[in-house]
Design a protein around this ligand. Structure first.
Ligand code: FES
Length: 102
């Protein structure tokens, strides 16, 4: 997790790409770098398991909380479903450049 200006950004590397996204889950603000799980080009928040596509930031699942789905629906309804910010990122000679999206 890095801060660029006043924006918190999470950087992560998948097999073939560097990704730069918003650092905090859009559900309740959990820092995704603290236990976020990456698989199938998505990141899943460890708190209530909201899941976002890394490429677009779109929400695949919103607070499903599989251990207690009724609780997941309840806490999921407390915040409007919003996509994760996605920023442009590239790696050049060992340096990572990020262009913040607006
Ligand atoms: S804070 Fe991430 S899913 Fe609830």
């Amino acid at each position: 997790m890095k801060t660029i200006g006043r924006t918190s950004v999470m950087l992560l590397r998948t097999e073939d790409k560097i990704h730069a996204t918003g650092a905090l889950c859009k559900h309740m603000g959990w820092p995704l770098a603290w236990g976020g799980k990456v698989e199938e080009e998505c990141i899943t928040c460890p708190l209530h398991q909201s899941r976002y596509e890394l490429e677009t930031g779109e929400v695949r699942e919103w607070s499903p909380f599989p251990l207690l789905p009724a609780y997941g629906r309840l806490v999921g309804s407390m915040r409007k479903k919003r996509p994760l910010q996605v920023h442009e990122a590239r790696e050049i000679e060992g340096w990572i450049e990020v262009r913040l999206s607006s």
